[in-house]
Design a protein around this ligand. Sequence first.
Ligand SMILES: [Zn+2]
Length: 213
Amino acid sequence: MNIILSGPPGSGKGTQAELLTSQLNYAHFSTGNVFRDHITRKTPIGEQAQKYINQGKLVPDDVVLDVAKDFLAHNQKPGIIFDGFPRTIGQAQGLDKVLNEWQNKIDFVIFIELPETEIIKRLTARRTCLTCHAIYNLDFKPPRKPGICDVCGGKLYQRSDDTEPVIKQRFMVYEGQTRALKDYYKKTHHIYEIDGTLGKDQVFQEIVKLIKK
Ligand SMILES: [Zn+2]
């Protein structure tokens, strides 16, 4: 079973992907994590990706797809959660082609939906520890002492990309990419939209209900 899980920043898509991998023993494909792994192991793909990242450039689709291909070739799990990937039509087409070569396919395309006002509310409440990088949320997961990390006693700060103007910009980029991707997948798949305002546990139940049907 292969699932694409998409959602705007702040939708909790990464958390859902982790819940699914731990509870259903799926593999978790997140481009960021997989790239970091290749870079740490100094693989040829990792060295190529590092070049683009060092120059502050986006890693091109063919390199991203090489990473996906390598991941699929080594995957032993019953399914994969693609977390925030594909991002472009080129990546989506490439992924379909690669899966097809393995007589495999995408079974579910799931979008967690969240209105912009809610995203701003969630992300502006986020605080990060300067020392250990633990993440807090003033609404859902406040630190025991205001401004101080529970884990290490470090100082909490607001990341510069968690401010309203930057969040609005990130959401706009996401919306543009997503519109194109939805059009692409609508032609070949049924798209499932889940209300992200339901909260972590309820969203997880909805996803499980879907894939166990
Ligand atoms: Zn800390």
